[in-house]
Design a protein around this ligand. Structure first.
Ligand code: SAM
Length: 254
């Protein structure tokens, strides 16, 4: 019995190690897109860009940051002007909503990163349109979204492209609360450590979303992400799942 358990543990460890190496090798094909380049990150910094798979903080020359507020649930107080994204790595911090990068000129960056942020945005097409605008030609758009199968969104339906397209055409604002009832019904609260575990306090937090931005407005499938890239004529270079719950998509502005 003991031996059986040990064999199982070794199998699981080997599986994770081999996957880790495969993911690392996969991303090595894209290093040249970030090496010595200037990027912008929306809603960072992100641990995932420091690790040994998506080691973009190490590869890039400099990265600037955008966040919607100078005090967030995730980052606490954000110093104006300075974006400290890793040890001894500094860029410029902008306090701007991700849907309106009005202080940033067209074609300013070689790449744009956003990890676990687009699902917090009520009008994702409006945001991505602006993200593409500030990229240079051939600039790279790398997004990471949660894979609902491994998160508290597991019971929610995937968002359809038509839905976000209608939001875009109607210029839906970041104060939109359309999804609160759906979230209240389907959100798996016990998987969400950061949220109040009392359902009514949780709902109250959703209703105050414009201030805290904790809510996942939409749930992204691999297909929905691809449709967004096609809509903005971004060539998809790669899409991949990375453990434990990251959906990665990398594309290039044509
Ligand atoms: C779930 S956290 C992700 C943090 C980090 N990127 C990571 O992957 O661990 C969401 C981030 O997006 C930011 N954010 C949420 N809505 C935003 C918006 N409309 N514009 C800019 N940033 C936003 C939050 O303040 C936070 O920094």
């Amino acid at each position: 019995m003991q031996l059986q358990l040990m064999i199982e543990k070794v199998k699981v460890k080997t599986f994770f190690y081999l996957n880790y190496r495969k993911n690392q090798n996969w991303f090595k094909n894209f290093h040249y897109l970030f090496e010595d380049k200037k990027g912008l990150e929306i809603g960072g910094p992100s641990k995932i860009f420091q690790d040994n798979i998506l080691n973009i903080y190490e590869l890039a020359r400099v990265i600037d940051g955008v966040n919607f507020s100078s005090n967030t649930v995730w980052e606490g107080v954000i110093k104006n002007n300075v974006y400290n994204y890793a040890e001894n790595k500094q860029g410029t911090q902008f306090i701007l909503d991700g849907t309106d990068l009005n202080q940033i000129n067209n074609g300013s960056y070689d790449f744009l990163l956003s990890s676990h942020n687009l699902e917090h945005i009520a009008n994702p097409l409006k945001a991505v349109e602006d993200w593409v605008r500030i990229l240079k030609k051939d600039g790279v758009l790398l997004l990471i979204l949660p894979d609902k199968r491994y998160t508290f969104d597991i019971n929610r339906p995937y968002t359809e492209f038509n839905h976000i397209y209608t939001d875009y055409k109607n210029n839906v604002g970041e104060d939109d609360l359309t999804h609160v009832d759906e979230i209240f019904r389907f959100h798996e609260l016990k998987r969400d450590n950061g949220a109040p575990q009392d359902r009514y306090k949780f709902k109250e937090r959703c209703e105050n979303n414009f201030d805290n931005r904790c809510m996942h407005h939409h749930v992204f499938s691999t297909e929905l992400l691809a449709e967004i890239y096609y809509y903005f004529d971004i060539e998809i270079l790669g899409q991949r799942f990375i453990e434990p719950y990251h959906k990665i998509i990398i594309g290039r502005k044509k």
